[in-house]
Design a protein around this ligand. Structure first.
Ligand code: SF4
Length: 365
């Protein structure tokens, strides 16, 4: 940490904004630009202290845990330049067709044993239409919902037909992951096979069907602070319930393989700014956490994050879930076993989760 002093003017302005958000108010774009523009280490820690207070006020000591299953891997028709699963790039990433019931049941069981609230089925394809594949996807969702171990989530790409969203809802889907990835301005820099508007249209269909939205993006792709600010405000406008913040993990073979990693304090500042802009949402630190933050991982909560993607990511490894659970315990935080604090709920009541398995590994005091 530096020996810099907190700038008194910045400190006073931060205090005023923090108190306003704590009282239920919002920050506007100009105020958010001030937050993103703080540069000294002292000011950044001051920002995080307020983001932490806002997290505590709206989320208490609960941390929402999610995990994912790579339900269909590789060979994707899209050209997202960060993605190892695109068929445009040679990355050596695994390829297989849509997953059978057994691995999904095993992942749900393991997730439940570790206090994970939701498991998302994630498929590497452009999107989903009516047809046999939608039938199969709905079967997996129904099986997960019937088992009652975890909330079945899904991230299945672009939806053009509103009936597809309705079918997913009827099968028991409550929450759909569909990242904006970046700002409208920056989006064409990392993808040209579909558009920002395709993504917004998908989210409209899902919301109309009564499905909650998990949507965020990836930082560290060469975007500006303004792009991150724009993305956060778009996420506020669309009413995202969960906002994943992924940090680019440059994959060899992708066009972004040589991008320089973001400094950890810049990542933490971004999370803190998101907490100010999205005070009630679950801000979930997802892909790229361990490789980019290293020893500063546990500081994501002090920066305002309230949710964590645990277990392995789609094509890269994460630290073992036991270490994440120990990290939460050491910080005085609890996994949100019963999905409390899931904001922006629309439609059906949350499903009843079975409590954490009695034979789950004990945590060290
Ligand atoms: S649509 Fe998804 S799986 Fe396909 S290339 Fe883009 S990020 Fe990867």
């Amino acid at each position: 940490m530096s020996g810099e002093q907190v700038d008194v003017t910045n400190h006073d302005r931060l205090s005023a904004l923090g108190q306003r958000v704590l009282a239920g108010g919002m920050v506007d774009r100009e105020e958010a630009a001030f937050l993103f523009g703080l540069r000294s280490t002292a000011d950044r820690f001051d920002l995080m202290a307020w983001a932490n207070r806002i997290r505590e006020a709206f989320k208490g000591n609960k941390v929402h845990l999610c995990s994912i299953v790579n339900a269909k891997a590789g060979g994707c028709s899209e050209n997202c330049r960060f993605c190892s699963q695109s068929s445009f790039y040679q990355t050596g990433s695994p390829k297989y067709g849509f997953v059978d019931p057994e691995p999904v049941a095993a992942a749900s069981e393991e997730a439940n044993a570790n206090g994970v609230t939701a498991v998302g089925l994630v498929a590497a394809w452009k999107g989903l239409n009516e047809g046999p594949m939608l039938d199969e996807v709905c079967d997996r969702i129904r099986e997960m919902a019937a088992a009652g171990k975890v909330r079945p989530d899904a991230s299945l790409g672009i939806i053009k037909n509103p009936r597809v969203a309705e079918r997913l809802k009827e099968a028991g889907l409550e929450c759909y992951g569909h990242n904006l990835e970046s700002s409208r301005r920056f989006f064409p820099t990392h993808c040209s096979t579909h558009t920002f508007d395709d993504r917004l249209e998908t989210i409209r269909h899902l919301k109309a069907a009564g499905i909650r939205i998990c949507s965020g993006g990836i930082i560290g792709m060469g975007e500006t602070w303004e792009d991150r600010l724009d993305m956060a405000f778009t996420l506020r406008e669309i009413g995202a319930s969960v906002v994943p913040v992924n940090i680019l993990n440059p994959i060899p073979g992708t066009p972004f393989e040589k991008l320089a990693p973001l400094p950890p304090l810049e990542i933490l500042q971004t999370i803190a700014c998101f907490r100010f802009i999205l005070p009630r949402q679950e801000i979930m630190v997802a892909g790229g956490r361990t490789v980019n933050l290293r020893d500063l991982q546990s500081m994501v909560f002090a920066a305002g994050a309230s949710a964590l993607m645990v277990g392995n990511y789609l094509t890269t490894l994460n630290q073992p879930v036991e270490r994440d659970l120990q990290m939460l315990k050491d910080l005085g935080l609890d996994p949100d076993w019963e999905d409390h604090g899931f904001e922006g709920q629309v439609g059906a009541a949350p499903i009843a989760f079975k409590p954490r398995r009695a034979d789950a590994p004990a945590l060290v005091d």
